[in-house]
Design a protein around this ligand. Structure first.
Ligand code: SAH
Ligand code: SF4
Ligand code: F3S
Length: 480
């Protein structure tokens, strides 16, 4: 098989169970192929999997890693491997450039080792012009697939090994959610859990709705079962994932609100912490604020992307809230949950942004008391409405605004985060830092703290005194 671009109409729709059985049979066939390779080569081949982009991509990479591990490949961090797989992101142009840059490097590796296989998948591959470019200029790439057919990875991987030309398989969309596949988690004690896929918001700058398709919520039972299994397997913290979790459940046959879903998740014994992202301000309900305020497990941290502080720009962005509404929402949240930690995303240089508009963004940053804000330079994504606007902002103006915004965000973040100095906080110990003997834990507020500890603490909760605030992290010591 060579180029094969399918759309949903042509795709055979199997039941979820049939599909996962089918994929398991491909895993078995891949195992046989691998055995033969091990026998002829005298060693077990290695694969390298790198993920670009957001936590949803991380989560999907876990499925691909789970399948590769089950087949029997050994994972390595180095790209000098037998199979190199990139899960790509296209939210900003930088994300694309990184992938193209690395492909150049991979091409050289492949010249030295012609049996090496290169696989690209994820959001960037859902763009027609990207696939055209790979077809034309990157012929050494062996397999390309998108965001909708990741569950067929075992099958595609098997077919790729039989093929002698580049194989491309992109779907325009899917209604299928195949749950029962192997997955190799990055951490044993915390995990992301998808609650929905896709996005219907069409913010005018954003490519995600085009590459991830329409919003689809998973059934609450499927989510609860997945979390119960994770907890039985040692997970104590979950992050519920979706592009706009606040609109969760609206399109289900039996609609459920996100607040109701959280209440169900809260009841799972053994689960200690619940996080979620991302919340769109337009859909954040009073019910959700109440559930958060009363909960014993939901972390008091809310990522609430503002994007711009100017009501005029927000309208152009199709965000469907204005500056006043956003600030009112922040006030309401702080009244109900006084210790809440708020974080945000900001874009500078949206087409037509004036100095006055930009000052409005700075004004909200001054008022909203964010712990951290992620600042982005507007990136023109082809196919989005904003990309067609004529009044794109010159690079030097954007750069100047970006620097001013970053300076304010850092100054405010340092002030706001330092409110915990001297307090004792319960942290989930996540990893040993680069410095031996120094471990990194995370407070419910999503703040990191480095402290002297030991390996047995990994994945457990310990109390740490936060002594010195370094901006977005603390140095501390174990408390009694
Ligand atoms: N669904 C989430 C965000 C997903 S993308 C939400 O709505 O909040 C993560 C962040 O990338 C966005 O919040 C936005 O700040 C940024 N972003 C998205 N498209 C962008 C673009 N074209 N240029 C610059 N930043 C962008
Ligand atoms: Fe993009 Fe807006 Fe959807 Fe977030 S809500 S993914 S910014 S379109
Ligand atoms: Fe990037 Fe796709 Fe996530 S474009 S930010 S990896 S949804």
């Amino acid at each position: 098989m060579s180029h094969n671009c399918k759309d949903t109409e042509e795709t055979v729709v199997r039941s979820e169970q049939e599909e996962s059985l089918r994929q398991r049979s491909f895993i078995a066939m891949n195992q046989q192929l691998l055995q033969a390779k091990v026998q002829s080569g005298g060693r077990t081949p290695r694969y390298c999997l790198k993920t670009f982009g957001c936590q949803m991509n991380e989560k999907q990479s876990e499925v691909v890693a789970g399948i590769m591990d089950e087949i029997g490949y050994i994972r390595t961090d180095k790209e000098e491997a037998d199979i190199v797989i990139y899960n790509t992101c296209t939210v900003r142009e930088n994300a694309n450039l990184k992938v193209y840059g690395r492909l150049g490097y991979l091409h050289n590796l492949k010249k030295q080792n012609p049996s090496m296989k290169i696989i690209l998948f994820g959001c960037m591959m859902q763009e027609k012009q990207v696939v055209e470019k790979i077809r034309k200029d990157y012929k050494f790439v062996d397999l390309v697939f998108g965001t909708h057919n990741i569950f067929t990875f075992a099958e595609l991987f098997y077919q790729m090994q039989q093929a002698d030309t580049q194989m491309i398989e992109i779907w325009d969309g899917t209604d299928q959610v195949v749950e029962d596949l192997p997955s190799e988690r990055n951490y044993s004690f915390k995990s992301g859990v998808n609650v929905m896929f896709g996005c219907n918001n069409f913010c005018s700058y954003c490519i995600v709705p085009y590459v991830r398709g329409r919003e689809r919520s998973r059934k609450p039972e499927a989510i609860i079962n997945e979390i119960k299994k994770l907890v039985a397997d040692g997970v104590v913290e979950v992050m519920l994932l979706g592009q706009n979790v606040n609109s969760y459940g609206k399109t289900l046959e039996n609609p459920v609100t996100f607040a109701e879903l959280l209440t169900m998740v809260e009841k799972i014994d053994g689960l200690k912490r619940i996080r979620f992202m991302t919340s769109h301000p337009k859909d954040l309900s009073d019910e959700l604020i109440q559930v958060m305020a009363q909960s014993k497990k939901i972390c008091h941290h809310l990522h609430l992307p503002l994007q711009s502080g100017s009501s005029r720009v927000l309208k152009e962005m199709n965000r469907r809230y204005d500056k006043e509404k956003y600030l009112e929402l922040v006030k309401k949240i702080r009244q109900a949950i006084p210790d809440i930690s708020l974080t945000t995303d900001l874009i500078v240089g949206f087409p037509g942004e004036t100095e006055e508009d930009f000052l409005e963004t700075l004004d909200v940053v001054r008022q909203a008391d964010y712990d951290t804000a992620f600042t982005f330079i507007y990136s023109r994504r082809s196919g989005t409405p904003a990309a067609a606007k004529e009044d794109q902002i010159p690079e030097d103006v954007v750069k100047d605004r970006f620097d001013r915004l970053l300076a304010l965000v850092q100054e405010k973040g340092r002030q706001v985060s330092s409110r915990f100095t001297g307090t004792v906080q319960e942290v989930l110990v996540e990893e040993e830092s680069k410095e031996k003997g120094i471990f990194t834990g995370r407070t419910q507020y999503n703040l990191l703290v480095h402290f002297p500890g030991n390996e047995e603490m990994l994945g457990t909760f310990v109390n740490v005194k936060l002594e010195t605030c370094k901006g977005f992290y603390y140095l501390g010591t174990l408390a009694e």
